[in-house]
Design a protein around this ligand. Structure first.
Ligand code: FES
Length: 653
């Protein structure tokens, strides 16, 4: 066991994993878990609003650890815990890990529903045809050896050869490459492979003949990081990897990350360090999976929303959080990987795509160059749904973007039994309009609950909650204003202390030992989130003078998972023919990949980012009214000609 460093240190043991360590007094259990390497759920940025980080203090003497674990070894129950924990839970020793502070040795039990599930790879690369024109090209060259009669410097010798054979003039050389040049050039008897960036700088020299160079395209999402390792000679994705953004421990959404950076000394640097470390893991894992060394990665591109972009670049994000939401820089950047702490080929450049506006970032620019609405006549709405919803509408004439605060509901936050899209999450739900019986499917299980009793359900993720609400509305259990109709003849609908709730999974169908329900507050939180998205879309449609949409493209991992009929039925977006509503996968990540493989697209991204006009929705005079009307299912007033066949059912007329 790690020795106790100071008298004030407390031993914390987490069960069932058995992981333990000493932490200083006054630390929260969640912070201690982070330090010791135990993942505890939480989607509110430790603001004590989600209630997902429940743990239980185990009281008694533990022989094996030689400690007395007492309830009094942690701080008193706070007001938020009083609100979020039931009387029974409080009696049983449950606490919120983010609120309970440690003042003595404790044994902490992490119940299954509070264990952070393994991340599910949902940012898979989309099949796209990309014209190859990488920024880094490799040239194999035999340099004329130096002699007493010809003692030109090694670099000049190499440069002359590159100009003679490949017409590469005015080349510069990376300093670190220069430092190793003499050794490398002699190591392989004057035969070397040179990596040249943008026909202007030698960024790597390797001994002998090396045919392949690799590039890494990275999408830094608020919740999920994704990386695609590509072969620069043919564009093939050699490996894809994703992981939960480790910054979620410091705040679930963009605003709480900005808040963390502002309120904690060295906060921005800490956030920067964790993201760089995570990207290094992705680089290492994808390289290892492909059987190459990470130093073989000679180029990288990065997209991310404005906040992620700033933190990755170690730029203070505080001004993004207040009007006029000014970013530090709009333009794209090329920065040496080593300056950013990225452990790929040290001379490689990292190209960071440009950003559009305060909350519309390089991820959006990535989606634009992937889908190119600016080359089309169709009026296209691109919707990227996450904790922050991003919208772009337009065609070749004009493009308008907006960003709306959807909150964490679509990620399972602020939903009673909500959770991230991880194994155990109910991701698909159907409710029979006549019997009100439920069919559901859980991530990680092949079969629906009706086909197999073993569902292992732990909670409901975003796509599941959208299905649930759409089906509750279709079945007439929830009316269009969002209220439960309480006189239904079904045991699934029942009165609880906080109002009516509908049972999706009975306790015996779950792995958490209690019923999984959708309650009135969940419906309200989804109304708020979807109302914000719809209102945003409506306002930019008005700005463009557009009455109808030709196409809706659902970007992002979440957009790819939701059932478009359910999404349309709850009014997540304005009316559109369902066959023209399409999930486009991780378009932001695809944009990063496209920019990695084709330098012309980098220039195009720069042009498009300047072309997009930004609307600050909260400054729009009619936003509140538009938002209030949009909270209805699917909307208070607007017609949905394309949904008529679904709307003409009980409860939705
Ligand atoms: S209540 Fe603790 S993380 Fe949300």
């Amino acid at each position: 066991m790690v020795p106790r460093k100071r008298n004030q240190d407390c031993l914390v043991v987490f069960q069932p994993s058995g992981r333990r360590g000493y932490v200083s007094q006054g630390k929260s259990i969640k912070a201690a878990a982070r330090e010791i390497g135990v993942d505890i759920e939480g989607v509110c940025g430790e603001k004590a609003t989600c209630g997902k980080c429940k743990i239980r203090i185990e009281a008694g003497y533990f022989d094996e650890y030689g400690i007395e674990s007492r309830m009094s070894n942690v701080s008193q129950l706070c007001e938020a815990e009083g609100r979020l924990l039931s009387a029974q839970q409080q009696h049983d020793g449950y606490r919120l890990a983010c609120q309970a502070l440690i003042f003595g040795d404790v044994v902490v039990f992490v119940p299954e529903e509070s264990r952070l599930g393994k991340h599910v790879m949902r940012k898979v690369p989309t099949e796209r045809s990309i014209n190859l024109k990488p920024a880094v090209k490799k040239y194999c060259i035999k340099v004329v050896p130096a002699t007493l009669q010809d003692n030109l410097g090694d670099w000049e010798r190499l440069r002359i050869e590159l100009e003679k054979r490949f017409h590469l003039s005015n080349l510069a050389i990376d300093y670190q490459v220069l430092v190793s040049l003499q050794r490398v050039i002699r190591q392989s008897n004057w035969v070397v492979t040179v990596s040249v960036w943008m026909d202007s700088e030698v960024i790597k020299v390797e001994p002998g003949v090396v045919e392949k160079g690799y590039g890494l395209a990275v999408d830094i999402g608020t919740t999920t990081l994704a990386g695609y390792l590509c072969d620069l000679s043919n564009g093939e994705v050699m490996a894809a990897d994703s992981m939960t953004n480790p910054q979620v421990h410091y705040g679930e959404d963009v605003m709480s990350r900005i808040g963390y950076a502002i309120t904690h000394e060295g906060g921005c640097q800490r956030l920067n360090q964790v993201i760089v470390k995570a990207l290094n893991q992705i680089a290492g894992r994808t390289a290892a999976g492909t059987g190459i060394k990470r130093q073989a990665i000679v180029d990288a591109t990065v997209v991310g929303n404005t906040c992620m972009h700033h933190i990755f670049l170690n730029l203070d994000p505080q001004y993004l959080g207040k009007a006029p939401f000014t970013p530090s820089i709009h333009h794209s950047l090329n920065i040496k990987a080593r300056d950013l702490g990225l452990r790929i080929s040290p001379g490689a450049y990292v190209h960071v795509l440009p950003i559009e506006a305060g909350f519309v970032g390089a991820d959006n620019v990535g989606a634009l160059i992937a889908e190119e609405p600016y080359n089309q006549d169709d009026m296209t709405l691109i919707v990227d749904i996450g904790t922050n919803g991003e919208l772009v509408l337009g065609n070749r004439d004009r493009l308008i973007s907006a960003s709306c605060a959807t909150g964490p509901a679509f990620e399972g936050g602020e939903i009673r039994h909500g959770m991230r899209a991880a194994p155990g999450a109910v991701e698909k739900i159907e409710i029979a309009p006549d019997t009100k019986e439920v069919r559901f499917k859980v991530i990680g299980k092949k079969r629906w609950n009706t086909e197999s009793g073993d569902t292992g359900a732990k909670g409901i993720c975003g796509s599941g909650i959208i299905d649930a609400i759409a089906h509750l509305v279709r079945a007439g259990i929830v009316d269009r204003s969002g209220r439960f109709i309480t006189d239904m003849e079904t045991p699934r609908l029942r009165a609880a202390d906080e109002g009516p709730e509908f049972v999706i999974a009975w306790a015996n169908e779950t792995s958490v030992g209690h019923d999984i329900v959708v309650c009135q507050k969940d419906v309200r939180n989804i109304q708020l989130a979807k109302g914000a998205m719809y209102a945003g879309a409506k306002i930019i449609m008005r700005r463009l003078g557009v009455e109808r949409l030709d196409r809706i493209l659902l970007a992002g991992a979440f957009g790819s998972q939701i059932d478009k009929e359910s999404a349309a039925l709850i009014g997540l977006f304005p009316d559109c023919a369902l066959e023209n509503v399409r999930a486009i996968g991780n378009a932001a990540g695809d944009g990063a990949r496209i920019a990695l493989l084709n330098v012309d697209k980098r220039a195009e991204a720069e042009r498009v980012a300047k072309m997009v006009e930004y609307v600050e929705l909260t400054m729009e005079p009619d936003f509140d009214k538009t938002f209030a009307e949009a909270m209805w299912f699917p909307h208070m007033r607007e017609g949905f000609p394309h949904l008529q066949h679904l709307l003409h059912q009980k409860g939705t007329d």
